[in-house]
Design a binder for this molecule. Sequence first.
Ligand code: CO
Length: 298
Amino acid sequence: MEKSVIAKYKKAGEITQEVQELAKKRLKVGANLFEFAEEIESAIMKKGAKPAFPINLSINNVAAHYSPAFNSKDTLPEDAVIKVDIGVHVDGYIADSARTLDFSGKHQNMVKAAEDALENAVAIAKKGAIIGDMGATIEDAIRGAGFRPIQNLSGHGVAEFDAHTYPTIPNIANHDPKKLEDGIAIAIEPFATDGEGLVREGSQAEIFQLEDKKPVRGREARKIIEFVEENYRNLPFAERWLQRDLKMGEFGRKVGLRELMQKRCLTAFPLLKEEAGKIVTQAETTLILHDGKVTRLL
Ligand code: CO
């Protein structure tokens, strides 16, 4: 990994750390989540970086992929267990992180289970570490605390302008014999629950990603594709960003996104909900493996 690349990863990690602190300080019961999301994302940009994906503010039984819609009236409910998942990139080099804030005070053990699982996995992550062993470490920590890991969610590699790439870092002992290689970046993200330990997709999606650039007919679809390609490439984006940055109204957004989904130019990331409707916690950080060493970005 080149020195300049390492420096960019580190910078992304520092900014992620700062905005995670800001998010923790600013988030209050009753807060409007749309305004909060925009505040955090603009803080990232003011620091000279960009969101690597829309901020995820998934609450209670929603494990991932909730990001508020434009002008949404959604507020942070009382007793919420909220996963603040933030990705930041500097010239395409990404730090991905998540923290769980427990406004109920009743799920501290589950928050700690995910955090301890993360720490244990980080402790063994290095060049040559067996990927299945990382999953086993995570699973042991979460089950040892009396919870279940979410088995169909996993950590992942990150690469230049790529928020989800090889390798998959499982949250269970899946016995993957492959080894971590030098020169990669990985996000480790254990999820704990008092439910089934599985998530399924909901119907609502606010987050999309450009998959395949094909010729499209509609004016809105064309505008969206050009805008996303120029500004976000293959990183996930929020529908609300089309309003914010492109000044595209709701009707245009819906028409354009529908055509792009039908033509399979876009992938949607629907909400991921815990199968039994139970609480989910998450902890996440990003590591870079370089020169035989491990550097934790935050
Ligand atoms: Co991640």
